[in-house]
Every structure is written in structure tokens, then in C-alpha cells.
Design a protein around this ligand. Structure first.
Ligand SMILES: Nc1ncnc2c1ncn2[C@@H]1O[C@H](COP(=O)(O)OP(=O)(O)OP(=O)(O)O)[C@@H](O)[C@H]1O
Length: 517
């Protein structure tokens, strides 16, 4: 068994580890998984289990609690869905018995689709939470309780759990799965460790088992699982925190920010095989780049948090249907999303960390297919270059030797570097309107003020100065808005006068029109 594990790069630790399985038929013969369920895998064209599935299926089918990591695109979703569905067996009208938590709505929808296919002949009902106001009627205490699997984002679920009246009952949950679990320990807005404890408490039944999955793992996460999960089985496929070896990676030096748009046009001019994903740092830059490429005649769209849910869904669907060739996106789409056949990922803006790099480029080179990733860098990105170039080198692509020799960042420096740097405009032509510039300035000032308050650093004079600046920007914003309204009024007035003049010149037509009215 040791040989088998080492052949597939499986590292498994914990007590009483079951042997990996190498054939789908073992699911039926050894673990009594229904043939109907296994046939769903075959129908999708899968011929054998991927390494993570080889080890996770026997573990989960024995009801073990798990922390697992495997490269991007290596089939972790089916690894947790199959045993989860097998153990629920058939509908029991007990309400939700399995819960999958995914960090973004897009990923939750993707998992929902995959789960629905696997559940097709089981009668099990899978749900996403669409509208919070419908939750109580659909899933509340007075409902039929004929639903089995819930797939959701933590934000939405926590909002429901914190409501005064009981909207949803999670006490019958048997499997709690956390996908992209290392997001738990990411700092800032995107981390959801606090939210997860609320969810844990709500899954209060005695039968509950937990399994956490991701392509990357931090030591903090590992320690936390060791302390909180019972009889933990820890599975890693391949070395920890490495990029997929199926992705050919390249670093392209662009000099400064203005060089990037030329480098991008160059790639498109030379010819590329769509679909292609382009990652940028902020939604503003996504918007700017979108207009630039649209003017170039590229079939492009952009997806970021400022777009409505409907727009995001339409955009993802159009990209999947290959109606869009280039999709510009922010970090929102960096994790878990499985677009079939993405050939090229471009990091237009340098990723803020090694973990982000691994997830971003993992949108290509999935399910044993080959892919390519190009990362633009400028002089200002030099400090993070060392860790990214090491990652590229470890996964088999070549980088110049001098890059690997660059000085490593101290943890404190890393933290500072990971904060978003203001990269300005994508190009000269992409400058903001006055209104947008003020909005941006206001945002930056209030962010600085909050930082000052939180850290307690800086004199009160400094914060007074910032406040004064902020008030000035707010005043200007009001004036700009008033001016915009006045301009619109003037435009309307001009139009009206023009129409009246035209009518006066053509009284007959005017008379007819009035008569018909
Ligand atoms: N046994 C298998 N054989 C072939 N393809 C598979 C198998 N299992 C899953 N796949 C396919 O591999 C692709 C990637 O799977 P999945 O999205 O589960 O990856 P992942 O490991 O969760 O990636 P990420 O870390 O990016 O979330 C999917 O298109 C899926 O259909």
C-alpha cells in the first residue's frame, strides 16, 4: 500500500488508515455503494479515481473526519460528494442532513450542479439558498422537511442562523463539508472563521462529521483541525502548497503599469486559443480593462463583486458557452471555479500572495488537461517575485536563476506587501470620470481614517487633517452631482425647445398628431 500511495503522491496520516481504492468497482464490492451512483461517474467520462478520490472515498465511507488538500482541478468535489450522497441513501423528510459551505456564490452553484447530477436517481433533494425572504416558507419549521442537501455560502447561512426566529434547522446534519477551507484562516473581509463557528454550533446533532478541503493549506488551519476534529485523518496529494504541474508557467516583464496593456495586446495579436481568463487586482481595473479590450473588438466581459448576481450568472454562462472568449475577473473567481477547457490564464496584475497565485493559475490545467499561465510583473512587484518564482520552479516550469536568489520577505514585510497596492489606471484612455475619481478618493480617505482609528497610530492632528480632506471630497461630490443634475435639466430643456421649434415649423403634422392623441 505504501508503494501505491507513493506512486500517486498520496500522503496520509492518522490512526487506522484504510487502503486507497484504485477502481470504481471497489466502491460497489467493498463499500456497498449503489451501482446507480457509481454509474453517474462513468457517465461523465471518468475512467478511474483521481489520487485524492482514491484515499478520500474509503475514509469518508467509514465516517472519518478529514482535512484534505490536493492540487487545483484534481477532483476534490466528487471526492466529497460521492460518499456524502451514499451515506444519506434516500430521502427521509428529516430536513437537511448534509451541508456544503463554499466561499462564493459561483462556486456554490457549480457544486450544486455537480451534486444534482450525482443525486439524479436517488430521490435526494439538493438546494441552494436563493432568496433569504423565502427561506422560512421553503425550509422553516412549518415546511415539509423534504429536502436533504444544502449548498451555500457562509455569509448567507450565518445571516439566516442569526435571525431571531428559527428559519432553518441544521440539527440533523450528518456531513458538514467546507470547501476551500483555508479561506477560514485568511485575514480581512474574506476570511470566515467566525462565521464557521456559528455554523458548527447550529449543526448540533450527535451524528455530525466534518471534512475540510482545499488546494492550499496553512499551518494555522492544520493546527486548528488537529485540535477541533475527532480522530482526524490528514490527506495531502503532492507536496503542500504547490501549483499544478499541468500548467506551463511564464513570467513576463512589463516595465511599468503602462507596459501591461501592450503586453496583453501582443499576446492576443500573436494568437491565442480562447477561452482565456484575465485576473486583475480591483473591480475598477476590471472595468477599465473591459472597455479597453471591447474597443479592440475582443469578445470580452468582466465579472466582479459590483455586478449584480444576475449579471454574474449571465457572464459565467456566456463564458461556459464560449460566447465570451476573454473573461476579466478579480480574486472572486480565483478559487474552485471549473470552466472546462480554459487554455490560458493571464495574471494582468501580480497576485497578492503565493496562495492566490496557485488558485488563480489553477483555473487552467484541470482534470489532467494541459494549460498555460502568463504573469505580468513590473518593477514594483519585485518583492513578491521571489516566492512566486520559487512556486513556478517547483511545479516544473523554468524561471531565471537570479529570481530565485532574490531576498526572501520577512513575515511583517509580506503582510504589508499583500495589502493592495494602488496601481492607478490600466491606460491613459481609461481615466475615471470626475464623479468616479471623487468616489475613489472618498473611499481611500475613509479607509485611511479607519486604519488610523483601529491601529491607534498617528496623532489626532493627522486624523483631523484626514477628516477635513474627507469632508471636502464629500462637498465636491455633492457639487458634482448637482452640476450633473443641472446639466441633465439643461439638456432636457434644450431638447424640449428644439421639439417645440420643429412643431411650430410643421403645424399640419402637429395638428394631426394632437388629433390622434
Ligand atoms: N475521476 C475523475 N476522472 C476524470 N475527471 C474527473 C474525475 N473527478 C473529477 N473530474 C473532473 O475534474 C475537473 C476538476 O474537478 P474539481 O472541480 O472537483 O477540482 P478541484 O480539485 O475541486 O479544484 P479546485 O482546487 O480548483 O477547486 C472537473 O471538471 C471534474 O469533472
Amino acid at each position: 500500500m505504501k508503494q501505491l500511495r507513493s506512486k500517486h503522491n498520496i500522503n496520509a496520516s492518522g490512526t487506522d488508515m484504510p487502503d486507497p481504492i484504485t477502481d470504481f468497482s471497489q466502491l460497489v464490492t467493498e463499500y456497498k455503494v449503489h451501482e446507480r451512483l457509481v454509474s453517474k461517474l462513468l457517465q461523465q467520462g471518468y475512467t478511474e479515481p483521481t489520487p485524492i478520490q482514491m484515499q478520500i472515498w474509503p475514509l469518508m465511507l467509514r465516517g472519518r473526519e478529514i482535512l484534505a488538500s490536493a492540487p487545483t482541478g484534481s477532483g476534490k468535489t466528487a471526492a466529497f460528494l460521492l460518499p456524502m450522497i451514499h451515506q444519506l441513501k434516500s430521502p427521509r423528510a428529516l430536513g437537511f442532513r448534509a451541508l456544503v459551505v463554499s466561499p462564493t456564490r459561483e462556486l456554490a452553484e457549480q457544486t450544486y450542479r455537480e451534486c444534482s447530477v450525482l443525486c439524479e436517481d436517488t430521490g435526494l433533494k439538493v438546494h441552494l439558498i436563493d432568496k433569504v425572504d423565502k427561506v422560512i416558507s421553503k425550509f422553516g419549521p412549518g415546511s415539509s422537511q423534504k429536502f436533504d442537501i444544502l449548498i451555500t455560502t457562509p455569509n448567507r447561512l450565518v445571516f439566516i442562523l442569526m435571525a431571531e426566529e428559527t428559519m432553518i434547522n441544521l440539527s440533523n446534519i450528518e456531513w458538514l463539508i467546507v470547501d476551500e477551507c483555508d479561506r477560514l484562516f485568511e485575514g480581512g473581509k474574506r476570511g470566515f472563521k467566525g462565521q464557521l463557528s456559528t455554523i458548527y454550533m447550529a449543526c448540533s446533532g450527535l451524528k455530525v462529521k466534518r471534512a475540510l478541503f482545499s488546494a492550499t493549506q496553512s499551518q494555522n488551519l492544520h493546527n486548528w483541525c488537529r485540535d477541533n476534529l475527532s480522530d482526524l485523518a490528514h490527506v495531502n496529494v503532492g507536496p503542500r502548497n504547490t501549483a499544478s504541474q499541468d500548467v506551463e508557467q511564464e513570467l513576463v516583464f512589463c516595465g511599468d503599469e503602462s507596459g501591461k496593456i501592450h503586453a496583453l495586446r501582443n499576446i492576443f495579436r500573436k494568437g491565442y486559443e480562447p477561452p482565456c481568463l484575465v485576473f486583475v487586482q480591483t473591480k475598477e481595473r476590471a472595468r477599465q480593462l473591459f472597455y479597453e479590450l471591447m474597443h479592440d473588438g475582443v469578445m470580452v466581459d468582466a465579472i466582479h463583486a459590483d455586478r449584480t448576481q444576475k449579471q454574474r450568472e449571465t457572464c459565467v454562462q456566456a463564458f461556459r458557452a464560449k460566447k465570451i472568449w476573454v473573461l476579466i475577473c478579480t480574486e472572486l473567481m480565483s478559487r474552485g471555479i471549473d470552466f472546462k477547457g480554459v487554455n490560458l490564464v493571464i495574471n494582468y496584475d501580480f497576485p497578492p500572495s503565493k496562495v492566490s497565485y496557485i488558485h488563480r493559475i489553477g483555473r487552467t490545467g484541470r482534470a489532467q488537461q494541459k494549460g498555460k499561465a502568463v504573469t505580468f510583473w513590473t518593477l514594483q512587484d519585485q518583492r513578491l517575485l521571489q516566492s512566486i518564482s520559487q512556486t513556478i520552479s517547483k511545479s516544473g516550469s523554468s524561471v531565471p536563476e537570479w529570481m530565485k536568489q532574490l531576498r526572501r520577505l520577512a513575515p511583517e514585510e509580506k503582510r504589508v506587501k499583500q495589502q493592495k497596492r494602488d496601481r492607478g489606471f490600466v491606460s491613459e484612455g481609461a481615466k475615471f470620470t470626475k464623479h468616479e475619481q471623487e468616489k475613489r478618493k472618498k473611499h481611500q480617505l475613509s479607509k485611511k481614517l479607519t486604519q488610523l482609528r483601529l491601529t491607534g497610530e498617528g496623532s489626532s492632528e493627522k486624523s483631523e487633517m484626514l477628516k477635513a480632506k474627507l469632508y471636502k471630497v464629500i462637498d465636491n461630490q455633492k457639487k458634482t452631482q448637482e452640476n450633473e443634475i443641472k446639466q441633465l435639466d439643461r439638456k432636457d430643456e434644450r431638447k424640449k425647445r428644439k421639439r417645440e421649434k420643429k412643431d411650430a415649423k410643421n403645424p399640419k403634422k402637429n395638428f394631426k398628431k394632437k388629433k390622434t392623441e
